[in-house]
Design a protein around this ligand. Structure first.
Ligand SMILES: NC(=O)c1ccc[n+]([C@@H]2O[C@H](COP(=O)([O-])OP(=O)(O)OC[C@H]3O[C@@H](n4cnc5c(N)ncnc54)[C@H](O)[C@@H]3O)[C@@H](O)[C@H]2O)c1
Length: 255
């Protein structure tokens, strides 16, 4: 354990799996106490257990980020159970879904975190918000069947791109609004990461080869590589960084 986040408390959404779980583990390893929140209550509890078994401090709760009141409640629960909230990681998201569901979770869910969380942190003397965007929050998506001529996109892909571009915009807007009040707001834009969300692509050899080819580094990312960026952005090492959408994508957006 090191100490970049000693005495800090972080609320992480989507903490039951993938990037959220790795980030919960990563921030806990730097000394932060973690509220692991997820619609998958059992998975969130499991993440908290892993942290506690390693000597860290964690709690867990069920949260549906698409419901504004639930997000507000998660923030107040974090404060009452863990004593404070210094870091809010709006990370929960889904990969495929219809328009309303995807926008509700991937965009409104992040907005509710920003809306309730930024004011809370400002009233508390400052803090850090991190959002999980995506390379699909910076550029359009290509598919293996039509890598150059995208043709028609599915409703799910369209909603995903709209939501993630929205997350990029909200990140900048909230950074502007709350900078003077000591709240830094940044986003991470991951390339394809080996989490349950991408299992369907990775299990199909042709699709796996195609998505791998989109990353100049020549491989997909690991959730721990996103967690490392989240730890950095949450820490004082990033004290002059706000309003940034940071690609952590093996070069995906370099072309
Ligand atoms: N895996 C990738 O390649 C990739 C790439 C770019 C961005 N992202 C983004 O990273 C974030 C995390 O994804 P992941 O890859 O770790 O996927 P994952 O499926 O492993 O984890 C997502 C978590 O979010 C939770 N969740 C879903 N809906 C929720 C809701 N309404 N309320 C609360 N929790 C909810 C799920 O239960 C799950 O635990 C998402 O925002 C995703 O869009 C992932």
């Amino acid at each position: 354990m090191t100490d970049k986040l000693t005495n800090k408390v972080a609320l992480i959404t989507g903490a039951a799996s993938g990037i959220g779980r790795a980030s919960a583990e990563g921030m806990a390893a730097e000394g932060a106490a973690i509220m692991c929140a997820d619609i998958d209550a059992e998975g969130a509890e499991q993440t908290a257990l892993i942290i506690e078994q390693r000597g860290g401090t964690a709690s867990s709760m069920k949260l549906d980020v698409s419901v504004s009141e639930e997000v507000a409640h998660a923030i107040s629960q974090t404060k009452s159970i863990l004593g404070n909230m210094d870091i809010l990681f709006n990370n929960a998201g889904i990969g495929g879904g219809d328009w309303d569901t995807t926008i509700g979770i991937n965009l409104s869910g992040v907005y509710y975190g920003l809306h309730h969380g930024a004011r809370e942190l400002a009233n508390n003397g400052g803090g850090v918000i991190i959002n999980t965007a995506s390379v699909a929050g910076l550029v359009g998506l290509v598919s293996s069947s039509t890598p150059t001529d995208i043709g028609e996109i599915s409703e799910g892909a369209g909603a995903y791109i709209a939501a993630k571009h929205g997350v990029s915009g909200l990140t900048k807007q909230f950074a502007l609004m709350f900078g003077r009040q000591g709240v830094r707001v940044n986003a991470i834009a991951p390339g394809y990461i080996e989490t349950p969300m991408t299992a369907q692509f990775r299990e199909d050899p042709a699709a796996n080869e195609f998505i791998t080819s989109l990353h100049p580094i020549g491989r997909l990312g690991q959730p721990e590589e996103i967690a490392a960026a989240a730890v950095f952005l949450a820490s004082d090492d990033a004290s002059f960084i706000t309003g940034v959408v940071l690609p952590v994508d093996g070069g995906y957006t370099a072309r």
